[in-house]
Design a protein around this ligand. Structure first.
Ligand SMILES: Nc1ncnc2c1ncn2[C@@H]1O[C@H](COP(=O)(O)OP(=O)(O)OP(=O)(O)O)[C@@H](O)[C@H]1O
Ligand SMILES: [Mg+2]
Length: 291
């Protein structure tokens, strides 16, 4: 663990995240995040955007990808209901011979190294936790660690963003927090051609047929205002593919088509619900009619 010293207090830094997430399509959304982070003059400050959208629509992927576009280290912090203010800043840990070691959170590590901090699913943590970041997210750009007794200033290259989910298990945050997490960038479902590319890049080993079926399902579902997302599509295709391979059957092409649709129907009822499996039932009927 890298160590640095602030006001004679030794801080152990968290390592950045190096994951394989890359954003496909909807380039304008990446540009919106990068514009928010831009500093255009000496007295200017970067903004800290809030990425919103339905579950599984790609919020975390977009945030991480945008961070990597800056060619800076990206630090992900997963917010939960139990996240405490010190988890976001500095936590004391007992080390050898009972000595206390101060460990900087991913956010503080990004602040020190001039990296990008992403608080993922930010509205799963309470106002109390967000309050500890209030000075970081305005012109002060610092945090205070009560446990270590130090004030930590952000490097000029430090950038911040958060993703937020729209579901029942989240906190309603007060205005003074929301006003620091601007602009709001809303992620919508992708168009058909982009959705197909996303599926292809996540499942490079899948044949086109299965991906076309899943895109057809997702696009029909988006039009009908269902909540099914790219992630659901990826999971359904992944499981149906495993079933096809596991069955090891050598099928002639029309049978394979039908069997693929049957496995997709099964996967969608196991991963989603009966409404989803109805879409694939209709596909099976179409295949039967084609014969
Ligand atoms: N535009 C995209 N480019 C590449 N992959 C994408 C895109 N959109 C979605 N995905 C894929 O969909 C899955 C879900 O994406 P992600 O986890 O970023 O969604 P999320 O909105 O953060 O979900 P949650 O609401 O559960 O936090 C991932 O496997 C990701 O690779
Ligand atoms: Mg996410």
């Amino acid at each position: 663990m890298e160590k640095i010293s602030i006001d004679d207090v030794e801080l152990h830094l968290s390592a950045p995240d190096d994951v394989s997430m890359s954003w496909i399509g909807q380039e304008d959304l990446v540009t919106q995040v990068l514009a928010a982070w831009l500093v255009i003059g000496e007295d200017d400050l970067p903004l800290s955007p809030r990425l919103l959208g339905k579950p599984g629509v790609g919020k975390t992927t977009l945030a991480y990808h945008a961070g990597r576009c800056l060619t800076r280290s990206v630090y992900l912090f997963q917010a939960t209901m139990d996240t405490r203010p010190e988890d976001l800043i500095v936590t004391p840990v007992i080390s050898e011979q009972g000595k206390i070691k101060y460990v900087a959170s991913p956010v503080v590590s990004a602040m020190i190294k001039g990296g990008v901090a992403i608080i993922d699913e930010g509205n799963r943590m309470s106002e109390k936790s967000w309050a500890s970041l209030a000075p970081l997210l305005d012109s002060r750009r610092y945090v205070e660690s009560i446990v270590a007794g130090i004030k930590i200033k952000a490097h000029p290259n430090f950038r911040f963003c958060t993703t937020m989910n729209d579901d029942a298990s989240t906190f309603e945050l007060p205005e003074y927090i929301h006003s620091r997490l601007q602009p709001q960038i809303y992620i919508d479902f992708p168009e058909r051609d982009e959705e197909l590319l996303i599926l292809k890049s996540n499942l490079p080993f899948a044949d086109n047929e299965i991906l076309e079926y899943v895109v057809e399902f997702l696009q029909t579902a988006h039009e009908a205002n269902e909540r099914y997302s790219v992630r659901d599509g990826i999971n359904i295709a992944r499981y149906a593919l495993k079933r096809l391979v596991e069955s090891g059957e050598r099928l002639i092409s029309t049978d394979r088509k039908k069997r693929t649709a049957q496995y997709l129907k099964e996967a969608s009822s196991m991963i989603l619900d009966t409404t989803a499996s109805e879409y694939f039932k209709a596909m099976i009927n179409d295949i039967d009619r084609e014969k």
